[in-house]
Each structure stands twice: as C-alpha cells, then as structure tokens.
Design a protein. Sequence first.
Length: 335
Amino acid sequence: MSHPINKLPFIELTANEVSNLWSSYLMNSMEQRLLQYFFASTEDSEIRQVIEQMLNQSQKNINELQEILVKENLTVPIGFTDEDVRVDAPKVFSDTFIMHFCFDLTHLSMSTYPVALSDCTRNDVRDHFQVNIAFSVRIQNEIVDIMLSKGIYLKPPQVAIDSKVEIADNFFYLNGFFGASRPLNAPEIANVSRIIHRAQFSKMVFVTFSKLAQTKELKQHFAKGRDGIEKVLDSLQEVLEKENIPISSSGDFQISNVEMSPFSDKLMLFFVNTCLGIFCFAMISQAMTSSLRTDITSKLSKISDDMKKFYGIGLLLAIKEKWFEQPPQAVDRKV
C-alpha cells in the first residue's frame, strides 16, 4: 500500500546520498568563493546579474546541505572559507573569461546533479537535487543567450550531413589507421569538438593558475597541466583538420598580469582536481564509448591515461598539503 507523500516513513540516508550530499557541499563551497570574487570584479551588468543568481543559489544550497548533514549527525565539511578568497584583489580575469568560467560551472552541475538525483531515495534529498537541476538548466540557457548576443559563444562545427540511411556492411567502417578511413560521423565530430573547446578553456585556467599559485611546486604542477592540454589540442585538432572541419576558438580568455592572487592555492588545486579533472574524465569516457574510428579511440585512450597520471599527482599534492578532506566512511567492522 502506497503512502501519501506527506506521510512517507522516515528513511535513513543511504551511502549514495551521504556521498552526494558531501560532494555537493564541497562543490558549492568552492563555487561560492569563486563567484564572490567574480561578482566583485565583473564590470558587465548582464554578466554580474548571472553571477549574482548563481551566488545566491550556491548560498542557498550550502544552507540546505548543512541543515541535512547536521540533522543526520554527520560532520559538515570544512570546504572553503573566507581565507580562500580575496574579494578585494585586483581584476585578474576579463569579463568574457568569467562568463566562460560560469558556463563551465553549469556544465559540471548538469553532469553531476542528474546522477545524484537518480542515486537518491529520500524525498527531501531528491527535492534538493531536482531544484538544482532546474536552476542549472535555466541559468545555462541565460548564459548561452548572453554569450551569443556578445559573440563569444564557441559554436560546435556545422557540417553538411548525408541525408541517406546507410548500413555499415564491413569492418572498414571502424578503420582509422590503415589506408583511407571513412569520413567522421556526427557523434565523432561532436565528441572531438566538445573536448577541444573544453581543452581551450582548461589551458587558460592552467596558464592563469600557474601565475597565481604561491608555491613553486603548485606552479610547476599547473604548468605541466598546461603542457598536457597543449598535447590534447594538437592531437585532436589534427583529426578535424584532416577532414577540413572548421572549429571555433577563442582569443577572449584574457587575464591581467597581477601579483596578488584572489584565490588560495587550496581552492585552485581543488578546482583543477574536480571541475577540470572529474568533468574531463566523464567527457573522455563518453567520447570513447560513442566514437568508432580506431584512430580516434586510440587518441582518446592515450589522453585518458595521461590525465589519470596528472590528476593522480594532483590528489597526492592535496594530501601532502593537508587539504584533502576524507569523505565519510563506514565504521571499521573488521575483527
């Protein structure tokens, strides 16, 4: 017999829900500090309105998540505090770069919140993630409209597509190495161009963070990330160039050469390890499962292996600096 929604029996949080709530708190805590600085340093009124909405939603999320965690007698993560941001720091990023930052944050939300929602049982937790999905969709649409109006939106390639339905009749369809290969199909063009656009943004994040980082070790780490992204761009742009498929690029990721960093090294490393790292792995995995030409899957596999090494080092750095908060874990029941 089903229960009315307002009379649902109390359910203890599952491990999935605890994990999703914990991760969401850390993510919102980081976003709040980024957005505080972006709001203070952005000059464009349209972009500031978007940032303000995202900042308000982030604060609302933190309050809701903290309430749930406290009610369940779970430890609230430290996350990021006022010590991790200098709102009064000089302007580092152009307004256009900040807009791309916000766009990237919405992409991360759109990839994580739906998974969290599908993982959850309790209605209050499901409501939380459902509200955030709706907000992410709405704010991403606003950002795209603003970027289009300002001419800074990086459009995916537009190519002529064969309208005939054809069935692959031999294994040549998978060939990418030996002899002439078939033209790229639409999913492969979409995957490669999506990763290239993401890599262009990531490269400038690494360039900026390598200048802002306080420690030599972290400067070198971010510089290695930049070099790695350069290899990704060279490898994948070659695929589209051979097919004469144009792809838009941006020269608007502008930064100012300032000595005072608005963000702590801890925050910048967390952004790289999570926003750039986790999202990139998801993007690469999706591309590998839907790309069929052997040359593309080989390139993607090499990129994935290199990324695992780089982001593994990033995790070791976070542990070494005592910045890594251990996720909640089960009580040790071993005898």
